[in-house]
Design a protein around this ligand. Structure first.
Ligand code: BGC
Ligand code: NOJ
Length: 803
């Protein structure tokens, strides 16, 4: 069943009832100021870093879930309601939530009063705007008491939820007109404060949460709201908040709009105070006057829409498959931008406190956004490379605020270095900007250690070459892409993190997956070397690649599929010799994409994957699932069967199989897998799938799980980038290349063709794909050999591909 529908024209998903199976969220913000916003208006805001600059409070483990966030109350006689249903929970006469690109709209109606609440973060401004429009559809005058409220987080989200002996003493606010300023810790080392304001005179306020709510009450029934009053409380310690009260009279048919503004301000040290103890509000005033009127708000919304329209016009498809089109044209690319901004930090599953920007995550995410924001992709690559160590290994994560490697998570994930080659090559193929290879880039962020970025790539490849085990395959280290395959960890300590616990380096545990990666990205690195004139290096790398290929064929092939690894005792994993975990998805994807063993091995491996791992929602990660914990396997065997890495459909790696099917030219199999977990295609199963039908989730519980088909961890997953790569570069076959744009579709038989528009290196390629006997490609009427269209200066190039 469905809980809403896609409005393709408006690029919105429209949710028609508040009781979605889980909160269905959206993201606001493009740079700096970000918010998460659910279909009942829950969520939180932060500035740049979800852990260190948390602006509003959110309780992940709360019951009821997702209460709080932006709290709007409309009091009409005895009835109190919220335009987004929560927090008041009063049943509405009508409800809609429209999640758009960078904005969300809530439309509620009760007793002939309609409310439309639109929330957005304007381009380039550190604030969230909330426009509340109220309309009286009755024949009598309505006198309404209206509240808008937020609860402040005391900045560091971890301290905020742990260090109460301090927290309950430090909260401080200032009130000025219709604005509440949150200035906790500003008196000492912070140079930032936040504010909540409305563009109309208020009738009262509260800034002390417990005064506003009253004893024994939650957000659904604040005592101030029940009494239609404010206590004008001034928070001093405890839990500071901002509740603004408006008294609104609406004549029959009358409509009034109010603009609420949640803002963040940083002041230079010398300008912190305007008088002793009084915060300098100059920047806040400027922000408030930039967004003081409905006209200014509307302009901000138009600007946002134009920004997204511009971005998304870079790649569009028109086909007979409306679901395919809406994934490609809107939602998949949108999610790629969200993963660019958030990495794996803040979602309704990622608390924003534990994980910064992942090295491998960000490198892979780049594959999905490099065509949208190439300049920012460039900066991202250099930031990532700067946390690499001189020996080619890397920190696993960095913090967005400092861009420093995160020592808490450490290093030793031996796939990490190779992802740097993957993303740098993808960037250069997209942009033609070889100059990035010359960019001086430090190791471990240490000044004085800078070398050209190319040297980082060299050390990445070198690290894999020089860290191999008994079978000549790459050592796995702490883990490879599968964070839970911890073959050197042997943890027996309850609760110990598998990601950071001490690692006994056996010098033996090897990864066939990294071998596949090396064959693929080693070749890409060799091609790059060749292009920039490093012929000898190219030849040496090719030799290493071919050695690796041989090692995989000798020790990584199990007869019907590729093995997964060798454990610390040199025993195979992912082999028919094993009782459980006989076959894993990852090496089937990567070894086939890398072309190891050619199409025959490829088809065999992919067929085995389908037969043994395939279900209605995709390909499961492994089978049979581990039923017991094994210390020589680590976290993977800690999950109950069918969940997460232990045999769910781990959506991130399904597109590898889609791409692998394209590699062996089976368009039917590729598309069949693509549609099994593309959100728009499974919208009808929302009561089973449960997460948002407009974005990918990390996992879908496998057949071995009690909740087979249920997804978790929506939004922040490498699935977004890889699915976009699979559909755009594999199925639709549009691949940026050094010398031009390759167009090589691999469509399922039932599709007759499609039209694609792709902006590439300043030229817009208008591509028509059709079926016919005269196979081949013509560009601007000229028949070409092969399927790569050479670069051109022309603004438009029209391409006809006959398949
Ligand atoms: C999860 C992995 C994740 C890892 C990162 C594990 O608990 O299962 O999916 O990559 O944590 O910290
Ligand atoms: C999620 C992590 O973010 C990613 O880095 C990892 O590759 C997968 N889980 C698989 O474990």
């Amino acid at each position: 069943m469905r809980y809403g529908y896609f409005d393709d024209e408006a690029r919105e998903y429209i949710i028609t009832r508040p009781d979605t199976p889980l909160p269905w969220i959206n993201y606001l913000g493009n740079q700096g100021f970000f918010s998460l916003i659910s279909n009942t208006c829950g969520g939180y805001a932060f500035y740049r870093d979800a852990k260190l600059r948390r602006i509003t409070r959110f309780r992940y483990n709360n019951v009821p879930h997702d209460e709080g966030g932006r709290c709007f109350y409309i009091c009409d006689g005895d009835v109190t309601w919220s335009p987004a249903f929560l927090p008041a929970k009063t049943p509405l006469d009508s409800y809609r939530c429209r999640h758009g690109l960078g904005y969300s709209v809530f439309e509620g109606e009760k007793q002939g009063v309609s409310a439309q609440l639109t929330c957005l973060v304007p381009m380039g401004s550190p604030c969230e705007l909330q426009k509340l429009t109220l309309r009286n559809n009755n024949k009598e005058v309505k006198r309404l008491t209206v509240y808008g409220a937020v609860e402040w987080c005391l900045w560091n989200a971890v301290d905020d939820s742990t260090n109460y002996q301090r927290n309950w003493n430090i909260g401080e606010v200032e009130i000025e007109g219709s604005t509440v300023y949150h200035k906790t810790e500003y008196r000492e080392r912070r140079d930032h404060y936040a504010f909540y304001s409305v563009n109309a005179p208020i009738a009262g306020f509260d800034t002390d949460r417990d005064t506003f709510l009253g004893r024994f009450r939650g957000w659904s029934e604040p005592v101030a709201v029940e009494n239609r009053t404010s206590y004008n409380s001034k928070a001093s310690g405890w839990a500071p908040m901002a509740a603004l009260r408006l008294e609104v009279a609406l004549a029959p048919g009358e409509e009034k709009s109010f603009l609420f503004r949640l803002g963040y301000v940083e002041n230079p040290e010398a300008e912190k105070f305007s008088a002793p103890g009084v915060i300098n509000k100059t920047r806040a005033h400027a922000l408030l006057s930039a967004y003081d009127s409905v006209a200014q708000f509307d302009a901000a919304l138009s600007e946002l829409k134009a920004y997204w329209a511009g971005l998304l016009s870079r790649f569009t498809v028109k086909s007979s498959e409306e679901k395919l089109d809406r994934m490609v044209n809107v939602w998949n690319q949108y999610q790629c931008m969200v993963t660019f901004n958030m990495s794996r930090s803040a979602s309704y599953y990622e608390s924003g406190t534990g994980r910064g920007m992942g090295f491998r995550d960000s490198c892979q995410d780049l594959l999905g956004f490099v065509h949208l924001i190439p300049e920012r992709a460039r900066e991202r690559i250099l930031d990532i490379a700067s946390i690499q160590f001189a020996d080619g290994s890397t920190y696993h994560q960095y913090q967005p605020l400092t861009k420093r490697g995160n020592a808490d998570v450490g290093s030793g994930f031996n796939d990490d270095p190779l992802w740097l080659i993957a993303c740098t090559c993808a960037y250069i193929r997209e942009t033609g900007d070889f100059s990035i290879l010359d960019e001086p880039t430090p190791f471990n962020n240490e000044a004085g250690t800078e070398v050209p970025l190319l040297e980082h790539l060299r050390r990445s490849a070198g690290y894999t070459i020089s860290h191999r085990g008994p079978h000549g395959l790459p050592l796995i280290g702490r883990a490879d892409w599968n964070d839970c395959l911890n073959l050197n960890c042997f943890s027996r300590e309850p609760g110990e993190s598998f990601q950071t616990c001490s690692n006994f380096e056996s010098g033996k545990a090897e990864s066939v997956f990294i071998a596949g990666m090396f064959v693929k990205y080693g070749q890409e690195y060799a091609d790059l070397c060749e292009r920039i004139g490093l012929k000898e290096e190219a030849a040496a790398v090719r030799l290493a690649v071919s050695d690796m290929e041989k090692a995989v064929l000798a020790h990584g092939w199990d007869g019907e599929w590729f093995r997964r690894a060798y454990d610390a005792f040199e025993r195979p994993i992912g082999s028919r010799q094993n009782e459980e975990g006989q076959i894993f998805i990852e090496p089937q994807g990567f070894c086939v994409m890398a072309g190891i063993g050619g199409p025959d091995y490829g088809r065999k491996a992919l067929r085995s994957a389908e037969e043994r791992l395939g279900n209605e929602f995709g390909i499961e990660l492994l089978a049979p699932c581990y039923t017991e914990y094994h210390d020589y396997l680590g976290e993977i065997s800690s999950y109950p069967p069918g969940y997460k890495e232990n045999g769910s459909v781990f959506c991130h790696n399904n597109p590898w199989i889609t791409l692998a099917w394209c590699k062996v030219r089976d368009g039917n199999a590729a598309f069949d897998l693509y549609r099994r977990n593309a959100p728009a295609y499974i919208e009808d199963k929302s009561e089973i799938h449960r997460t948002e039908p407009y974005c990918y989730s990390q996992t879908i519980a496998g057949r071995a799980a009690r909740t087979y088909g249920e997804a978790k961890n929506s939004w922040l997953t490498g699935t977004a980038a890889w699915s976009f790569a699979a559909v755009s570069q594999g199925i639709l076959g549009v691949r940026p290349d050094y010398d031009g744009l390759t167009v090589d579709p691999c469509l399922p038989d039932f599709m007759d063709g499609c039209r694609i528009s792709r902006l590439f290196r300043g030229t817009r390629y208008e591509i028509t794909v059709r079926r016919g006997d005269d196979k081949g490609l013509t560009a601007d009427g000229k028949k070409l050999d092969g399927c790569t269209i050479p670069l051109t200066d022309a603004p438009v190039c029209s391409v006809l591909v006959t398949i």
